[in-house]
Write a new protein. Structure first.
Lengths: 424, 616
């Protein structure tokens, strides 16, 4: 059979359609942010909606180029691509100018470019390549450590750049490792530690230690009846208890005060309801007011008075969801959330239908990255998660992110298109 | 790897769970929670302030206008990359001024200070402002602001037109909160008196605003807006050139001039000296200048002397005394009294100066004989138609009231004082338990004693004399553009005096002779017959106040005038020449060469700075 025939046959048009819908929807929302009755011009390429049109157009070109590639390129180039991206991230640290406290953007002429957006796909590919190589197995400790390092290294570089939001996206790739058999203990410990950290910040170490002690004594009391049989369990519980107490008492304080930057501390405090400073929760409050003022069906497209009034800072990028909430109301925003979840499930469906293990791992990588973006961005806009500046995929204004997501999706679609050829 | 396959359901479950969680949260925010909707109020009201009415003089010359002042505001947060050098060039400021100005604003703490418009540059000349406007789009964050303030092309008549200033708390309460905070209202003079005419009608504009109140655009395309209606223009009765001339003559003197057109009661000139340029109290310089004027407690330039300075009318009162004595048949026109250097009766002495013998009332007026009028008052009070002196003095006070002496004239300016005319009850109280007689109050006959009047009352008295027995209440507004109110009605009502007009006619001759061959020969004007009377108001604190009241021409009076020059001595020396120069200027529009020296002498006289000149 001819390769060309095969391609058109198995290309997943539903995903492409959904992708197109989201990008178009995003463009309409950016127009809404820019819109002013008196001065608006649809094809003003100096404006954000004008530029976004260029980004969408160039993304179509990128998508087409990817589909024209030989799929074997993708697997072959996974490691080199990853290596180049790591170098770029490191170079960014040194060469990029500081913008709003972060060194994550390159300036090339009039354009700005964010390497971390492209590093996401690279990391997902590298991880897929590594996990599916013949010599590795999740049962091996080494495999676990290396696979973890694959995402920790770029995440670390990005944290050094000062862009916490993007780093969190990389940590989301743990979902992939989980699917591939990474022991649950580690994520559980991670979640337990995070919970302990937040609770300690909120209530202070004393309350937490008392709480831990109560639980510990209750458990020991329960196990004391059958001492011999439960000896190892008691030992484990005691270890966990002591570790928790010292974490709560020593580590939390150190991390909160010495590792986190002041604006992170404020955001955490705001989220935990400990602080109501007008400056820190201003963005979130304005975003919530805009969303809340939408009501059931919203004020109507281009009728968002708060959007027009520049009430919400960063509204075309990080807080684009507030425009959706204000102008399209509950119906529109719930529809967008549902659509997004369906899109994620579609990607998981694609991942699961692969005969190629590589493609499946990569597919999960794509889903994880998109999911973290979706969850963090909307969660922040509706005040459920702390303010972390990452874009809402396909919707937020921005060339680098749209290119990044396009590459992410179309690499998967290219691999998926050839799923029947792969026997591996 | 198949053994881990069930984990995909965990992952899918988590994703679906987040979706549901968010939809639930959105439902709370958008449908359940009402508080967020109320916080998003977004329609603002903006008041459009109308232009204040203009004020003209009787000949249509603009005396109070409006002028725009231009300012530049800055919203710091919106200031972006810009060509600072070009900016400074356009506005004519230096780079360092620019930096200093911005730095000062930046040092201002507070979250919203960077988001709200703040004044960047004030009082920009129009040409500079217009030039900058063309390039303003190059400098985001900078906004123009035009404010209207008053302008006074002639720089005179400050005490008439008054001024405007920011509304006070009390004024807002009294107006039932018609005024906005910081709105300008008339504070004194015509600006205050005719506030409701001049202020116009405010308009209202509804607009979309952002969360810090910045203007975004009209609300519903202005469907609910109301337009502002400019204030109504006033035409005053002032002759602004006469006013200007009078203020020029009165420089370096304390005192008043009030000139009235007798036929109408229209005030032609209204001078309170020392005067000041009303332009001093406009805009940025207002505060400083106002304090300076307020601090001058010796000359009190802010005091409105024609309305509030209380003087005994002195000898200017004598024609009136004569008229009522004749009317009550206490004396006849031809009555004569001997004057032996004064009036002497029962141990009371009222001195008089040396003059020719007096044969009739007119000669008494001509030479201002004190003894004559003392006798006339005594005869008046003891006339047989009155039961006693009390009844007589009440009748006397009634005549004064008919001339509106010692009571407010009702002129259309705020803050007028009445003065005092003593009646029987006054003296009964003053001399309680002791029966007072004509001789006790004899100094009233020559306008001294317990009688106090204001310059505007004296001028009005002379308007009534000029009219031979009637007057119209003095007023400053001639007409109000498209006026349908009854605001000026009271000034159209003739006030008549119950004295035979034949007596008035007779007495004009005496007053004319005062100028021709009497106490005020310096007041003569070529080819115009002037009737007048000098006066000297005794002043316990220093040199007497010089008074002169007059009208001209005798046959067809066009102008009646009262002049007071404080602490200058005898009326004939200072007040009379000033009054006659005013009348000459009004009637002929120029001063004859023959009298230029007099004009110079009057202008140069200084009773404020130098030791007072002792003359006459």
């Amino acid at each position: 059979m001819s390769l060309r025939e095969n391609k058109s046959e198995s290309l997943d048009w539903l995903t492409i359609f959904m992708f197109g819908c989201l990008a178009l929807f995003g463009w309409l929302m950016i127009i809404a942010v820019d819109f002013r009755e008196d001065t608006f011009s649809l094809f003003d390429f100096g404006s954000q909606h004008g530029k976004q049109l260029i980004w969408i157009g160039s993304s179509v070109v990128i998508a087409t180029l990817i589909l024209l590639l030989d799929y074997r390129f993708i697997t072959t180039l996974a490691y080199p691509y990853y290596a180049v991206m790591l170098l770029l991230l490191a170079a960014t640290l040194v060469l990029a100018p500081e913008v709003k406290g972060a060194r994550s953007w390159f300036m090339i002429g009039p354009f700005t470019f964010q390497p971390s957006e492209l590093a996401k796909a690279a990391t997902a590919l590298a991880m897929a390549k590594y996990i599916t190589s013949a010599s590795t197995s999740m049962r091996q400790f080494r495999t676990r450590v290396v696979s973890l390092m694959l995402l920790v290294v770029p995440a670390g570089l990005i944290i050094l750049q000062g862009d916490t939001g993007s780093a969190i996206v990389f940590l989301g790739l743990i979902i992939v490792l989980f699917r591939e058999g990474f022991p649950v203990t580690l994520p559980l410990i991670g979640m337990y530690t995070a919970a302990l950290f937040l609770l300690t910040v909120k209530y202070g170490p004393v309350v937490i230690i008392i709480g831990l002690a109560v639980v510990f004594l209750a458990l020991v009391g329960l196990m004391a009846r059958n001492w011999k049989h439960n000896r190892t369990r008691v030992l484990a519980v005691t270890t966990i208890f002591l570790a928790s107490v010292s974490f709560s008492y020593f580590v939390v304080d150190y991390v909160f005060n010495d590792v986190l930057k002041p604006h992170h501390q404020t955001r955490l405090n705001v989220l935990l309801g400990k602080e109501y400073s007008a400056g820190a929760d201003y963005n979130v409050l304005q975003s919530k007011i805009a969303i809340g003022s939408g009501g059931w069906v919203g004020k109507g497209y281009l009728e968002g008075t708060l959007t027009k009034g520049d009430f919400v800072p960063e509204q075309s990028t990080d807080f684009i969801f507030s425009t959706v909430g204000e102008e399209l109301g509950f119906v529109g925003s719930a529809f967008l959330v549902t659509f997004f979840v369906l899109f994620l499930l579609r990607i998981l469906f694609i991942a699961e239908r692969q005969r190629s293990h590589f493609t499946r791992v990569y597919g999960y990588g794509v889903a994880s990255i998109l999911f973290v973006h979706f969850a963090v961005n909307i969660g922040m806009a509706i005040g459920m998660l702390p303010v972390v500046g990452i874009p809402l995929p396909f919707i937020s204004y921005g060339g680098s992110s749209l290119w990044g997501f396009t590459i992410l999706i179309f690499l998967l679609l290219k691999l998926d298109a050839n799923r029947k050829l792969v026997l591996r | 790897m198949t053994d881990f396959e069930p984990r995909k359901y965990v992952i899918m479950g988590v994703m679906v769970l987040f979706g549901l969680l968010y939809i639930g949260r959105l439902f709370m925010l958008q449908v359940v929670d009402e508080s967020l909707k109320t916080q998003a109020s977004d329609v603002g009201e903006r008041i459009i302030f109308p232009a204040r009415g203009l004020i003209y003089d009787r000949n249509g010359k603009l005396i109070v206008g409006n002028q725009p002042i231009y300012e530049l505001l800055v919203v710091q947060q919106q200031v972006g990359e810009m060509d600072t050098t070009r900016f400074c060039e356009l506005l004519g400021i230096t780079d360092s001024q620019f930096t200093a100005r911005l730095q000062k604003l930046r040092s201002n703490p507070g979250l919203f200070s960077r988001l709200k418009p703040e004044p960047f540059l004030q009082q920009i000349p129009y040409e500079t402002f217009a030039q900058f406007e063309e390039h303003r789009h190059e400098f985001p964050g900078f906004y123009p602001q035009v404010k209207m303030v008053r302008s006074y092309p002639y720089g005179v008549a400050a005490h008439v037109v008054g001024d405007i200033g920011e509304v006070s708390k009390r004024e807002r309460e009294q107006s039932n909160y018609y005024y906005e905070l910081g709105e300008y209202v008339g504070k004194s003079g015509l600006e205050k008196q005719y506030e409701e005419v001049l202020r116009g009608t405010k308009g209202k504009q509804y607009y979309l605003k952002d969360n810090i109140g910045r203007y975004l655009g009209p609300f519903r395309d202005g469907a609910f807006d109301t337009a502002a209606v400019a204030g109504t223009n006033l035409t005053t009765t002032l002759d602004i050139e006469l006013q200007q001339y009078g203020e020029w003559l009165m420089q370096n003197k304390r005192g008043s001039i009030v000139a009235i057109e007798p036929a109408t009661g229209e005030i032609l000139a209204f001078i309170s000296s020392p005067a000041y340029d009303p332009n001093l109290l406009v805009g940025r310089v207002r505060g400083e200048n106002f304090t300076q004027l307020l601090r001058d407690t010796v000359n009190k330039p802010l005091v409105n002397r024609p309305l509030t300075a209380l003087y005994p009318p002195g000898s200017t009162f004598k024609p009136l005394m004569g008229l009522m004595a004749v009317q009550e048949e206490a004396i006849r026109l031809g009555t004569s009294y001997p004057c032996r250097g004064g009036y002497l009766h029962a141990g009371v002495r009222v001195g008089c100066h040396a003059h020719e013998p007096i044969d009739d009332l007119n000669e008494a007026i001509q030479h201002s004989c004190n003894a004559y009028f003392c006798n006339a008052l005594k005869q008046f009070l003891e006339a047989e138609q009155f039961e006693n002196e009390s009844e007589g003095i009440d009748k006397w006070a009634d005549y004064l009231a008919q001339f509106n002496l010692g009571r407010k004239t009702g002129v259309d300016l705020p803050g007028e004082y009445g003065g005092n005319i003593p009646a029987a009850s006054y003296f009964d109280k003053l001399y309680e338990g002791w029966r007072w007689k004509a001789i006790t109050v004899i100094s009233l006959s020559i306008g001294q004693g317990e009688i106090t009047t204001t310059p505007i009352q004296i001028a009005n008295m002379y308007a009534a004399l000029a009219n031979e027995g009637y007057y119209y209440r003095p007023h400053l507004v001639k007409s109000i553009a498209h006026d349908t109110s009854q605001l000026l009605q009271q000034y159209r009502e003739k006030q008549t005096i119950a004295i035979d007009s034949a007596y008035f006619h007779y007495i004009l001759d005496g007053m004319e002779r005062v100028v021709i061959d009497g106490t005020a020969r310096l007041a003569r004007i070529d080819s115009v017959s002037v009737c007048g009377k000098t006066g000297t108001a005794e002043n316990p604190h220093g040199e007497d106040h010089s008074l002169f009241s007059a009208f001209a021409p005798k046959e067809n009076p066009q102008i009646a005038i009262a002049v007071v020059v404080e602490n200058s001595g005898f009326g004939g020396t200072w007040a009379a020449p000033i009054a006659s120069l005013m009348m000459e200027f009004y009637l002929k529009r120029k001063i004859s060469d023959r009298r230029k020296w007099l004009e110079q002498r009057m202008v140069q006289a200084d009773f404020i700075h130098e030791p007072e000149e002792v003359e006459g």
